[in-house]
Design a protein around this ligand. Sequence first.
Ligand SMILES: [Zn+2]
Length: 237
Amino acid sequence: MCVVAHPDDECFGFGGALALASDRGIETSVICMTDGQAATHRGSANSGVELGETRRKEFAASCDVLGVTEHELLDYHDGQLQNVPVLEAAEHLVKRMRRFRPNVVITFGGDGGLNVHPDHMMVSFWTTTAFHWSGRTNRFPEVTPIFQPERLFHLSTNAFLPERHPPMPSPWSAAVNIEAVRERKTEAFRRHVSQAPLMERTKPFFAEHGSEEFYTLVAAATPGPVGLLKDLFDGLA
Ligand SMILES: [Zn+2]
């Protein structure tokens, strides 16, 4: 299960891991909290609502390219996630974790990712909270059955975007070679037609750094030190 804030986060940040999982027959779910109405790049949309409708379709098309099993876009307001009560957001996610029963959950780190977006930070906190609460019988006990995912990863990076405030990424403990699905990640991004200028601008960055995705293991069912994983599912039954 992958939890993101905006349409395009799923490919920009996590597309390699999602496509690789799909190729191995692993079911995936992507939850996106907003329809991205506050985006700088607005395509031909005349209003926020229109842009949101366009971006919902782009999100669905991108998920299809990545082979995502199921995807869902919630109705929170782009750019305003910091105003959403934690309890409410966590409940949405706990419900979905207990239903989908993911082994592995991936989301942004507390730094907010490459563009240090506050929405990404909020999604990181909510998903981390929901990951832990999903397995606790005293949190949303009416949502059954209780289910504890096994691993939580935050997105990390080995490089920063130029002309952006540099993030403070958590040191990675998983370096995933995504060369086999790199073209599909790019293809998924192309489905976000309204965001084409962003793709153009980040092209040099991904040309140089796009062969791997980096993640940090932040919670696991088995205690102990972590070596460098090459695969988010390494060692799971
Ligand atoms: Zn985003």
